[in-house]
Design a binder for this molecule. Sequence first.
Ligand code: ATP
Ligand code: PRP
Length: 205
Amino acid sequence: MLTIALSKGRILEQTLPLLEKAGLTIAKKELSSRKLILDTSLTDVQVIIIRATDVPVFVQHGAADVGIVGKDVLLEHGSNNLFEVLDLGIAKCKLMVAAESKDKLKQNTLKIATKYVNLAKRYFQNKDQSCEIIKLYGAMELAPKVGLAHCIVDLVDTGNTLKANGLIPLEHIEEISSRLVVNAASFKTKNVQIKSWTQNIEHSL
Ligand code: ATP
Ligand code: PRP
């Protein structure tokens, strides 16, 4: 049995059509049920749908053989015990530093609001910029406005959320898209099944 962990929300919407094209469908009845492990059209493949941030955790520990998750989440979590095998090119966006103006970044100790604590720390350490990270779980764009932080590190797609909150994208950290990741042990023990399944996905991109 192959267990695939899918990220809920935005990524899931774009993943399901991709999986269907690759020959794996999940019945509507399964998707709308309260079940956490879902059957698929393939008898040897089951799917779990979980929060994006939990996907690398399940894959790393082998609770799922394969996962689909944003590069942002992988950069934050780390890729210990898992391999990134395919860029799916979905849920594309950019990870950026944004503030009300460029001057706001000129601080001895820069206060940064973000949910990407590890990633932001690494980024500013590499620039020799001393910083204080304020961990938030959403609505990062609010932080500069209310004096909680000098800037934010967050995802930007259309730029509408930044604009609506008086922020400017200032520094580009990474291009983000969703990736297919595989547990290191499963990669060996279920190699044939994983390879054939991955190839199906690759051909349907
Ligand atoms: P969680 O429920 O774990 O907090 P979330 O609320 O961030 O996750 P989504 O907003 O569905 O969940 O985002 C999941 C992933 O989709 C992100 O990790 C990122 O890879 C991608 N993503 C987020 N925002 C955008 C966006 N505006 N445009 C394109 N992709 C995005
Ligand atoms: C994401 C991200 C930004 C926004 C960027 O938030 O955190 O706030 O999208 O997209 P844009 O550049 O097209 O405006 P999301 O909509 O997922 O809400 P969230 O606060 O729940 O993460």
